[in-house]
Design a protein around this ligand. Structure first.
Ligand code: DP6
Length: 333
């Protein structure tokens, strides 16, 4: 059997995916819109082989235990079932992150795994089919099939829920995103658990859905017009609306830490000084700041005064999934 290898980049949603209407198929409650970034990516190799009694998963050179392998195996089960492959697989993944602070991403990880399966099994999937497959591993992964801006169209079935490229006349090349990596003292609530609790219990969830539909229209129009202020304002408001739903959940929770607030306040202070920039946040305390390339040095200078250098990573727009040449043998590092 072939070894298939793929590289996928992480993406950050400007209009968030927050809530599922089907947990098993990973069908979302609302459309989302993202920017793929170049700074964080995953490379994954897959080989299905009759020689293995179970799946084996190496991450960054380390053989993973059963708990870690479970998410990978569940995805491989979907592939085995869908494409009639009665074999276990060896999966070797490496996360490329520019600092020790981590930021492993399920979006790049599951997209790379889908791409590697596509290559290993010679499936020749179209981008749409690959997006649908990656979605089954992790919702946000379906957007990492594409570079630049991508919209995940929620659909209402396995066949109709996938991401598409949002054309922008390469405007994304003028944009950058500063990742502010913040310490997390709290116990994590995963995005999967957090969105589930929110859908089931948040008194604000209906308001989120109404607002997200409007935010999506505004954001797409802003991309079309290359209107940075409109895109930034909409993305920031959308992130705050998503995070507001967690406070209305039962039990209530938040992903914010004191340093998240410090970063958000600094973004506002930068704006007051004429640096156009806007923040967004996901299911954790890190803050990501959208800025135009022409202002990225000034933004970085401001953040360097309040955060240490290894907490700050500047990213540009990144490419879509890349299928890499198959290798003869797997290496685990
Ligand atoms: C807050 O894609 O990690 O980052 O589908 O359960 O694997 P699962 O969730 P995941 O959720 C991402 C949520 C988010 C917003 C976003 O990326 O759109």
């Amino acid at each position: 059997m072939n070894i298939g290898k793929a590289r996928a980049y992480t993406n950050i949603a400007l209009i968030k995916y927050w809530g599922k209407k089907d947990d098993r198929l990973i069908l979302p409650m609302n459309n989302s819109l993202s920017l793929t970034l170049d700074a964080f990516y995953t490379e994954t190799s897959v080989q299905f082989t009759p020689e293995l009694p179970t799946d084996r998963f190496y991450l960054d050179g380390q053989l993973q235990d059963d708990a870690q392998t479970k998410k990978i195996s569940s995805f491989l089960d979907i592939v085995r079932h869908k494409y009639d492959v009665p074999l276990f697989a060896e999966v070797t993944s490496k996360n490329f992150v520019p600092t020790a602070a981590g930021l492993a991403s399920s979006a790049s990880g599951l997209a790379a795994l889908a791409g590697a399966c596509n290559a290993a099994l010679d499936l020749s999937l179209t981008p749409e089919e690959l997006s649908r497959l990656a979605r089954r591993g992790s919702g946000s992964a379906c957007r990492s099939i594409f570079g630049g801006f991508a919209e995940w169209q929620k659909g209402d079935s396995d066949d109709t829920s996938y991401a598409v490229q949002v054309s922008s006349d390469s405007w994304e090349d003028e944009l950058a995103m500063l990742f502010v990596l913040v310490d997390d003292a709290q116990k994590d609530v995963s995005s999967r658990d957090g969105m589930k609790r929110t859908v089931e219990t948040s008194v604000f969830y209906q308001g989120w859905l109404t607002a997200a539909a409007e935010d999506l229209i505004t954001a797409k129009q802003a991309i079309k017009e290359k209107n940075f202020v409109s895109l930034g304002e909409t993305a920031e408001a959308n992130a705050l609306r998503m995070h507001a739903t967690t406070l209305g959940a039962m039990p209530p929770f938040t992903y914010w830490s004191p340093d998240s607030l410090k970063a958000m306040n600094l973004v506002r202070a930068c704006r007051a000084e004429g640096i156009s920039c806007y923040f967004t946040m996901d299911a954790g305390p890190n803050v990501k700041v959208l800025v135009q390339k022409k202002n990225q040095a000034r933004l970085l200078a401001q953040f360097t005064e309040q955060f240490s250098e290894n907490q700050l990573v500047m990213a540009s727009a990144g490419p879509g999934i890349e299928i890499l040449n198959s290798e003869r043998s797997l290496t685990h590092d």
